[in-house]
Ligand binder design. Sequence first.
Ligand code: HEM
Length: 133
Amino acid sequence: MAVSEPIMLSLERFGEICADPAPLIYRRLFAQHPEFEDLFAMDTDGGVRGSMLTTCFDCIIGLTEGSRLPRFELQSARLSHQGYGVPESQLDDMFTAIRDTCREALTGEWTPAMETAWAEMLAEIARMGFTPA
Ligand code: HEM
């Protein structure tokens, strides 16, 4: 399990600095993957993007708490997103975009412990794939 405290600290500060991180996170994701933006063409009010981001935050928080729910959430997303045209191997880029946006928002307050904890968590997420627990 990833070290939880630095991740939660970083997210708390992120929330204080940035009331609505969704536009920043999706801007970063779409800058890296312009092809993903078109997939949300029907999401005119941002509701789907907001709900997807909430699920991702829930996964992150669940992982820091040692919950097994994120594993199922991720497996389900891997399956459903094949239907949306998102390759399984690129699903994790959403979590990287969240980490990178959080790190940028925190700037000087981002600590080596946060860097390590997030790297461990991203590696843990990448390892999950379809592999049973
Ligand atoms: C690069 C990464 C990702 C892309 C491009 C992507 C793309 C999409 C798209 C296009 C939809 C809308 C599908 C539709 O209704 O037609 C969607 C919905 C959703 N995604 Fe993702 N996704 C990504 C990563 C993730 C991850 C990592 C999770 C969670 C672990 C996730 C959870 C969800 C959920 C829960 C919905 C349904 C939201 C709702 O309608 O309430 N997605 N995603």
